[in-house]
Design a protein around this ligand. Structure first.
Ligand SMILES: C[S@@+](CC[C@H](N)C(=O)[O-])C[C@H]1O[C@@H](n2cnc3c(N)ncnc32)[C@H](O)[C@@H]1O
Length: 226
């Protein structure tokens, strides 16, 4: 039987963070740092981290908030990813098992919804965008950090090779889970472009959309306002 997305993340939860950093040669940490810096400029109150996984972004936000007042709620469909986040000390409270397409929160609840390396795993992105818009307060922000394919033809070919050999191959060996890392590489290769994602965000009533491509376009930060 084909594994569901959640079973797949459950099965790689133990080694997820180590492999992220190892397979990206630590570059994901630079992207995360930049993303959190941008988040700190837009967070005005309660924040929801969707597809939170092991809570890396929530933990970074908590460490940086200094004496500013804001709560962070972490949510994910994989109980094992959240549990691992608790063991790591990234998630200390407010962890909710929830589908990003059916968020169990009232309308206008959050000043910011963030999703890091999660949106390409959601089967129906439009439902997630509807939900993100619904739970955001007026003028609240949706922030997305995601892996994408570079525009440049040569970079694209090289990155595609790296994804297949290093992430799919080495990730499969080190995690002992080839299907999971094959799946993760295919979601990167087949995901929409930042331009397409911004257009769908506009369709779902986000405005003032800012896009910042990182590291030759292998990652992107997109922020939009409700
Ligand atoms: C690649 S991980 C990213 C984790 C984390 N945000 C990070 O920065 O490393 C993707 C996460 O999205 C979660 N996920 C996938 N589909 C989801 C859905 N429909 N609703 C909620 N979480 C989902 C997975 O369980 C997994 O923990």
């Amino acid at each position: 039987m084909k594994k569901t997305n959640t079973e797949m993340f459950d099965s790689i939860s133990e080694r997820y963070d180590f492999l992220n950093t190892f397979l990206s040669l630590g570059i994901d940490r630079l992207w995360r740092r930049k993303y959190v810096k941008m988040l700190l400029n837009i967070i005005k109150g309660k924040t929801l981290d969707v597809c939170s996984g092991t809570g890396d972004i929530a933990s970074r936000l908590r460490k940086k908030k200094l004496n500013r007042e804001f709560d962070i709620i972490t949510s994910d469909l994989s109980v094992k990813m959240l549990t691992k986040g608790k063991t790591l000390g990234n998630i200390i409270d407010n962890a909710i098992t929830a589908d990003a397409k059916h968020l169990p929160f009232k309308n206008n609840s959050f000043s910011c919804v963030t999703i890091a390396f999660g949106i390409r795993n959601i089967y129906n992105i439009e439902n997630f965008l509807n939900e993100a818009n619904r739970v955001l307060q007026k003028e609240g922000h949706l922030a997305i950090l995601e892996l994408t394919m570079p525009n440049n033809f040569i970079m694209r070919k090289l990155y595609s090779l790296y994804l297949s050999v290093v992430v799919g191959g080495l990730g499969g060996i080190l995690s002992g889970n080839f299907p999971a890392y094959k799946y993760l590489t295919s979601t990167i290769k087949n995901f929409m472009t930042p331009k397409e994602l911004s257009q769908i965000m506009k369709k779902h009533k986000f405005r003032e959309i800012e896009t910042q491509r990182l590291s030759f376009g292998i990652a992107v930060i997109i922020i939009g306002k409700k």
